[in-house]
Design a protein around this ligand. Structure first.
Ligand code: ADP
Ligand code: MG
Length: 478
């Protein structure tokens, strides 16, 4: 590849990025490579079939037009999947050979009559419960799952799995989702299960690793191996949560067997764990590489926006049963800003507010929220910042006095620092605009609003100012 070609590719990527936005870009295009560039056609590659099909269905035109903006003669984009090093050959189950045709229990030749009879003891048309699935929480559905930067890809992949139909070819296998605790893995896995099982000819089985160890494996062991395979044939999607808890040599061997049999038979496997496959130290190397051979997606920390979305989704859910329950926007914003650690604490916070407002028949207020969730706010959370502190730090930075900031003087050397201080007061504290106005020498709330907007506008353009503001924030948060 020549330098010119690489440069062009970089510029096309730049166009793409600004056309779809940073989030979409990093989810879908970050791993797209330029393979070759001919007169009229461009050959691009991505690492998985899933990405390929997603880009083709959603962004084909966009990619083409970004190229054409750079090179008008381009008329075609070829997108292929880069070949990845295949994982070690699986321990194969001879019966569930990979060449098995599209499975459809009703129309495909059944196993020999004798086999059918011997497996009659195990219900093949197993429901989630009958196969010993783990309990599902009815609230954990796609409808209540909030999408943000950290989980776009995981969500899209899960959705794709959930929408697959019985007999559809599998796009990536397994789908492996990992993240720290409380960031939505279980929610997403259960959403896949609910959605999949709402389709009557599809069987999705959700198991925690624990359940897999103590229930499923035991049940399978007590059956003949044929019955085992029959049972597996009944499942279209096997979902295993918290794989890091899978322990014990026998269990792992069973797991490995199940995984290989399912994948080779074209069934979808979805897995969640708190770490990437390579870090599952207790698992056999072969299993790890098999796990890494599908689509591995990490979900990152919940951003403040996402936390706000989750809180709102929780309030909406609670209101279905408690119509009078309401959490004012400033309280939601306060919670989203201060409970940063994980989704469980967000859920806990809403539950407490609900309990409290029910017990006391009182509306939710900021004071009440601060009191009720105090212990959910971790010590490393940003400390409460006072307006006086802001005024002091800003005054020092710009070499004016605090009295100047509060005065009515309108000279440039005071006006800008004052605006910065008001902006910081609005963004770093929970005080309202009128309150901030009062604390700045009795100004009107519209003056504060004007200052906030002014600085917001400037920091997006003026790097010196935005650095100064960042520095001030850091000083205040230390
Ligand atoms: P994990 O399994 O990763 O430890 P969970 O799926 O149990 O995390 O999530 C913890 C809590 O946070 C649950 O109440 C879940 O509903 C909520 N949660 C996490 N992420 C999201 C999200 N993106 N949208 C809605 N709720 C979420
Ligand atoms: Mg979980």
């Amino acid at each position: 590849m020549t330098n010119t070609e690489q440069d062009r590719w970089s510029r096309v990527k730049g166009r793409l990025r600004s056309s779809v936005g940073e989030d979409v870009y990093s989810s879908w295009f970050a791993r797209m490579d330029l393979e070759s560039l001919q007169q009229e056609s461009v050959h691009l590659s991505v690492p998985t079939r899933f990405l390929k099909s997603w880009i083709q269905t959603h962004y084909a035109d966009r990619v083409l037009s970004c190229w054409q903006a750079e090179m008008p003669e381009v008329h075609r984009i070829d997108l292929t999947v880069r070949s990845a090093a295949r994982c070690a050959a699986p321990v194969r189950d001879a019966q569930a050979a990979p060449t098995e045709p599209r499975r459809d229990d009703h129309h495909h030749p059944r196993p020999a009559a004798q086999e059918v009879r011997s497996s009659a003891a195990t219900p093949v048309s197993t429901s989630h419960d009958a196969l010993g699935g783990s309990p599902l929480d009815p609230r954990l559905t796609f409808a209540s799952f909030v999408i943000g930067r950290s989980n776009t890809l995981a969500h899209a992949a899960a959705k794709q799995v959930a929408e697959g139909r019985h007999g559809d070819p599998v796009m990536f296998n397994p789908l492996y989702i990992h993240s720290g605790v409380g960031l939505g893995k279980t929610h997403l896995l259960q959403a896949v299960t609910w959605a999949g099982n709402s389709n009557p000819d599809r069987k999705v089985l959700y198991l925690t690793a624990e359940k897999f160890m103590y229930g499923f494996v035991a049940a399978l062991k007590s059956q003949t191996s044929l019955a085992f395979k029959e049972a597996l044939r009944g499942i279209d999607v096997l979902v295993i949560d918290d794989l890091q808890f899978l322990q014990g040599k026998t269990t792992q061997a069973e797991f490995c067997h199940t995984l290989n049999a399912l994948i080779d038979a074209g069934r979808q496997v979805v897995i969640a764990a708190d770490r990437p496959p390579s870090d599952l130290e207790s698992l056999d190397e072969r299993v790890r590489s098999r796990l890494a051979g599908g689509l591995v997606v990490e979900m990152g920390q919940l951003s403040e926006d996402l936390r706000l979305g989750i809180l709102k989704s929780r309030v909406t859910a609670a209101r279905a049963h408690h119509a009078s329950f309401d959490v004012p926007q400033p309280v939601l914003e306060y919670l989203a800003r201060s409970i940063t650690h994980n989704g469980r604490d967000l859920e806990g916070a809403i539950n407490r507010l609900l309990a409290h407002s029910k017990l006391n028949s009182q509306p939710v207020t900021l004071e009440m929220a601060e009191r009720e969730v105090r212990d959910l706010i971790r010590p490393q959370e940003p400390k409460r910042i006072k307006i006086e502190d802001i005024q002091r730090v800003v005054a020092r930075q710009y070499n004016v006095s605090r009295a100047d900031l509060l005065s009515s003087r309108r000279t440039a050397n005071v006006v800008r620092p004052r605006q910065v201080a008001m902006y910081l007061a609005k963004t770093l504290t929970l005080r309202s605009l009128p309150e901030i106005g009062r604390r700045f020498g009795g100004r009107d709330h519209t003056t504060v609003l004007h200052a906030v907007r002014k600085i917001e506008g400037l920091v997006s353009k003026d790097t010196t100012l935005s650095d100064e503001v960042e520095l001030l924030k850091r000083q205040l948060q230390e």
